[in-house]
Design a protein around this ligand. Structure first.
Ligand code: ADP
Length: 484
């Protein structure tokens, strides 16, 4: 049993400001991916729990939370961010144990969540409407209003960061949130709720119902009292959620991953690029929506990039999260089997580098050694499908046009990067690449809480992060006054 901050009981749900058992009384085991042991039992939320949570959120909108001014909301969010940082050590340990990510990455996630809360705390009272010049005798203006009850279904790979960008922005706009964390990793979502309660977030403004996707998750997406759903996860479940929410004509934000490319041209600063090329593939064991799983390299730089990336791969050490090595385990035995299935399809490809699993890694852990493939055809399954594991492919190209066609040649469109000193090429590609974010001579821009994020195609639609998210978590009202 992990040490929970603030003496939390991880088997409970957080509904209407109270810690309560699930009405069904059932539990699910939370597995430690570093060794396969059971960390603890979590609540297995039911339709009834979701209904209680949605009712509590609706009531919150009619009482203290709904009446709070934007400045008051901001003050509470700032306190939540502060509370996260006060508990940074416990939260980082919790996330590392639960997700399997090395401790230093988990620590960075706590800081990121705190930063989201700071950003949205400051943004609450800066969302202005407009006045619109109109016919004689009219004064017309617009108001940004909350959707109402927002449902948040999040995955297991970056629970804290995704809570920050989604729940943070929703609360900033004055919505009341119901959060369904992933069954594989939900401890920091529970800790977030307790820290929010201690920071003075009024009851019902945030509710957390852990449980299975097909049970609590599905119940949340079909509940008629939910006015907006934001989902981060797999394409298959994203499609299902879009279909379900369509029945209630409820808007959705979907962030469904990608097959993001980094384009490396002959004139690039290769030394500067190398750490970004490899880290964007193996960070969080490759279980990152915006992982750069495709590296496209122009012929003149190709041999050097393959050799240098390969060296770095050979040096990667994989082991338990708490040992804080380069790479931790995957989230589960199931995810390991999926990734190994893809690796089997790489038979016959050139392996340019491969990490090592340390000798003391427990046999029950979901470990996969990172693999770098070179000389891969753009239409190979490993160059087309999202693997969600520590696997990258290097694809050679000759011309800018060819690079663009390869880069845009998947069904995804989340993130892309261009490494080149040529300003004209940077601008051309920034426009033509099919992606929600394009990075020029960097990758990820250090996380970018301030930078709108989201995709196109199978990567989903809608934007989270940055100020833009506040528009997604609100609806616009136009008011026309006639005063002749
Ligand atoms: P992964 O395959 O990477 O685990 P999923 O898309 O299955 O990703 O899961 C992401 C989130 O979606 C989790 O919180 C999960 O419980 C939830 N989920 C899974 N299936 C459904 C569903 N049918 N309806 C609503 N939520 C779901």
């Amino acid at each position: 049993m992990p040490v929970m901050p603030l003496g939390l009981d991880p088997s409970l749900c957080f509904i209407n400001g109270d810690w309560v058992p699930s009405t069904g009384g059932a539990h699910a085991a939370l597995i430690n991916p570093s060794d396969g042991s059971t960390l603890c039992d979590i609540a297995r939320g039911t339709d009834e729990d979701i209904d209680r949570a949605v009712t509590a959120a609706s009531e919150a909108l009619r009482s203290e939370w709904g009446k709070a001014t934007a400045a008051e909301r901001g003050r509470v969010l700032a306190k939540i961010g502060h509370g996260m940082l006060q508990h940074i050590d416990e939260l980082a340990q919790l996330e590392a144990m639960d997700v399997g990510k090395p401790l230093k990455q988990a620590r960075a996630d706590v800081v990121a969540l705190a930063r989201y809360m700071e950003f949205y705390a400051g943004a609450c009272d800066k969302v202005h409407g407009e006045t619109i010049p109109y016919l004689d005798g009219y004064t017309v203006y617009t108001l940004r209003e909350p959707h109402g009850v927002t449902g948040h279904i999040i995955p297991w790979n970056y629970p804290m960061q995704i809570i920050g960008r989604s729940v943070g922005a929703a609360l900033a706009m004055g919505n009341a949130a119901v959060l369904k964390p992933a069954e594989e990793a939900c401890l920091t979502a529970l800790a977030f709720a307790e820290i929010a309660r201690a920071a003075g977030l009024p009851r019902g403004a945030l509710n957390v119902v852990p449980g299975l996707g097909a049970e609590a998750g599905a119940a949340l997406t079909r509940h008629s009292g939910v006015n907006h759903v934001s989902f981060t996860g797999s394409v298959g479940v994203g499609k299902l959620i879009q279909e379900t929410t369509a029945r209630n004509v409820v808007p959705v934000t979907l962030e469904l991953g990608g097959k993001s490319p980094q384009l490396v041209f002959d004139d690039a600063d290769i030394d500067a690029a190398l750490p970004f090329l490899v880290n964007a593939g193996v960070q969080n064991a490759g279980q990152t929506c915006s992982a750069a799983s495709r590296i496209l390299v122009q012929r003149g730089a190709y041999d050097r990039v393959v050799a240098e990336m390969g060296k770095r791969y050979d040096a990667f050490r994989v082991g338990p999260a708490m040992d804080d090595l380069d790479v931790g385990p995957l989230i589960s035995a199931r995810q390991k089997a999926i990734v190994e299935g893809y690796l089997a399809q790489g038979d016959g490809l050139e392996v340019a580098g491969r990490g090592k699993i340390v000798a003391n890694a427990p046999s029950g852990g979901a470990y996969v050694a990172p693999v770098l493939y070179a000389g891969v055809c753009p239409d190979h399954v490993l160059a087309q499908e999202e693997i969600f594991g520590p696997v990258q492919v290097i694809i050679p190209f000759e011309t800018e046009q060819e690079a663009l066609e390869i880069a845009n040649g998947t069904q995804y469109g989340l993130v892309a990067a261009v490494w080149s000193q040529n300003g004209g090429r940077q601008m051309r590609l920034a426009k033509q690449l099919r992606a929600g974010q394009v990075f020029l001579n960097n990758y990820g821009a250090g996380g970018g809480v301030e930078l709108p994020f989201g995709g196109t195609g199978l990567s989903g639609h809608g934007r989270e992060k940055g100020f833009e998210a506040l528009y997604g978590f609100s609806t616009l009202k136009t008011i026309a006054a006639y005063h002749m």
